[in-house]
Design a protein around this ligand. Structure first.
Ligand SMILES: Cc1cc2nc3c(=O)[nH]c(=O)nc-3n(C[C@H](O)[C@H](O)[C@H](O)COP(=O)(O)OP(=O)(O)OC[C@H]3O[C@@H](n4cnc5c(N)ncnc54)[C@H](O)[C@@H]3O)c2cc1C
Length: 479
């Protein structure tokens, strides 16, 4: 009896029950009689369901935190689910370190001035304002958790949205998450997909686009790193210092005998001998394929490590260089774009479109990184031939077309490849999140689906929330 309790014994028994020989061979394992080969039919199960909030935000990146804060400030009870161990997404688990297109009223202004009050916002000397700024990654984590506590927002880290439940009227009614707490279900009248890659929209069966079939399968990924080195050498190559810093850093790497996969290696100096670096490209990686993302992450980390080790050989200020950290999440430039009730297109960008239901205006250029190493050697990034004018993003691009009760915010909204290559930066992600949060709160409060709520109601509340944030920003500056 005793020896049968070994794993072998137990499996032997169930394999026997299933009438299959499994041990010692590497499969096929047919674990349930009615499962097709290569599949495992899960037995139906009942999981706990929680229904205690008005708005559920999936993903705690720049768009997600903005959606949660503005929904809470509009009176909604809010829950946020984030799969990594901190809030902030690309800002924190991605270690991005540089905010673009943040010269907007509202939460963008508040975040910028609160970081400044913490001594965690660093100037971009090439700019005369704070439309773009460098920030301290750890301070950003701290600030976001502080703001969530101030607004009584309930959030669960290390929790991945893994499934979606819709009713017979094609309305989203619940999400299902996986975490150390097991499988849990969460119901709410309104959901916001701020996962960056449009996971929730895809799980709900929405149509989506990815990449641009003609010019680029998809934009490359990059793994951010933090290095330590002599302060002087970091100042010398600081991208916030001078226009040609990237080309000089590339030349410096050539001296070390290395060629980065990103031909515009970028360094953001934090001061005190520490800096963030973006020096790699991982080409043609689909963010919704975990095996591909794993391979890209390991590849990128290997490249960062070798490049920093090689830089030491140059000596001088590089001799003590060290790779201090690499991001938990490789940076994803191109994810799913979920079909909305309006699709922002290259025409909107080229014409500088205006919309009555505008939630924010993107002023960033079209930023398309090379799709291959060969192309990268010619031009690390380009505008794809599109001369961008500041253009509006309408609320309709934030409302899922194929399922009811789902809003979108950040880089997964409804747009084509070229428009996305401009509005995807975090200043716009915050502004879109603000609008989605307000729309969600107003929709829940009025027991009306987001696409049926009059724009006038949403725009009035959005203005109120942004004015309040501006007042907080001003208060920070005077305190
Ligand atoms: C390498 C790189 C460099 C860039 N440079 C800049 C720059 O300098 N400045 C700038 O402003 N923008 C830059 N961008 C663009 C910008 O960072 C992104 O577009 C940004 O990600 C948009 O924010 P988001 O909130 O939509 O997505 P994300 O920041 O990706 O946030 C999504 C969040 O959802 C979480 N999540 C994902 N799936 C799930 C799930 N199933 N369940 C639960 N949680 C989930 C993620 O962990 C993440 O926290 C860069 C992007 C990359 C990749």
């Amino acid at each position: 009896m005793l020896n049968d309790l070994t794993r072998r014994g137990l499996l032997g028994k169930s394999a026997a029950t299933l009438g299959l020989v499994t041990l010692g061979s590497s499969g096929p394992y047919l674990l349930a009689k009615d499962s097709a080969p290569g599949t495992l039919k899960e037995s139906a199960r009942t999981i706990p369901l929680v229904e205690d909030c008005d708005v559920i935000v999936c993903g705690g990146g720049p768009a997600g935190i903005a959606a949660a804060i503005s929904a809470a400030r509009s009176g909604a009870r809010v829950r946020v689910f984030e799969c990594h161990g901190c809030l902030g997404g690309v800002w924190t688990s991605g270690m991005l370190s540089y905010v673009i297109d943040a010269g907007k009223p509202g939460l963008n202004a508040e975040l910028s001035s609160r970081l400044n009050a913490m001594g965690a916002r660093l100037t971009d000397h090439r700019k005369k304002n704070y439309d773009n700024y460098v920030y301290d990654v750890e301070a950003m984590k701290y600030l976001l958790e502080t703001m969530f506590a101030e607004e009584n927002i309930t959030f669960q880290l290390h929790t991945r949205v893994a499934a979606v439940h819709t009713d017979d009227n094609n309305r989203m009614t619940a999400i299902i998450t996986e975490s150390k707490s097991g499988r849990q279900a969460w119901a709410a009248p309104v959901f916001i997909d701020a996962t960056g890659d449009g996971d929730v929209g895809a799980l709900a069966g929405c149509r989506w686009q990815f990449g641009h079939d003609k010019t680029c399968p998809c934009q490359p990924m990059s793994l951010m790193g933090i290095i330590a080195a002599d302060s002087k050498v970091l100042e010398e190559f600081d991208n916030a210092g001078a226009k040609d810093a990237k080309d000089r850093l590339l030349a410096e790497m050539a001296k070390a005998g290395v060629e980065p996969t990103y031909a515009k290696p970028t360094l953001w100096n934090f001061g005190s001998g520490v800096a963030a670096v973006m020096i790699n490209h991982e080409y043609g990686v689909e963010p919704f394929d975990a095996a591909q993302v794993t391979a890209a992450t390991v590849n990128a980390r290997r490249e960062l490590y070798h490049i920093v080790e090689a830089m030491k050989k140059i000596g001088g200020g590089w001799s003590e260089a060290r790779l201090v950290a690499t991001a938990e999440q490789i940076g994803v430039r191109d994810g799913r774009r979920i079909q909305g009730r309006y699709e922002v297109t290259v025409d909107d960008v080229a014409q500088g479109a205006r919309h009555d239901d505008a939630v924010c205006r993107s002023t960033f250029s079209v930023d398309i990184h090379a799709a291959t190493q060969e192309a990268n050697r010619k031009a690390a990034y380009s505008s794809g031939g599109v001369n961008a004018k500041p253009f509006d993003i309408p609320l309709r691009a934030l409302i899922a077309a194929d399922v009811d009760g789902l809003l979108l915010a950040g880089r997964c909204i409804s747009g084509d490849f070229f428009a996305h290559a401009s509005y995807r930066v975090t200043g716009n992600a915050v502004a879109m999140g603000e609008a989605a949060g307000v729309a969600g709160a107003v929709s829940a409060a009025n027991k009306t689906l987001p696409h049926n709520v009059p724009w006038s109601l949403i725009s009035a509340q959005l203005t109120t929330v942004r004015d309040q944030a501006d007042q907080r920003a001003a208060a920070e500056q005077t305190s």
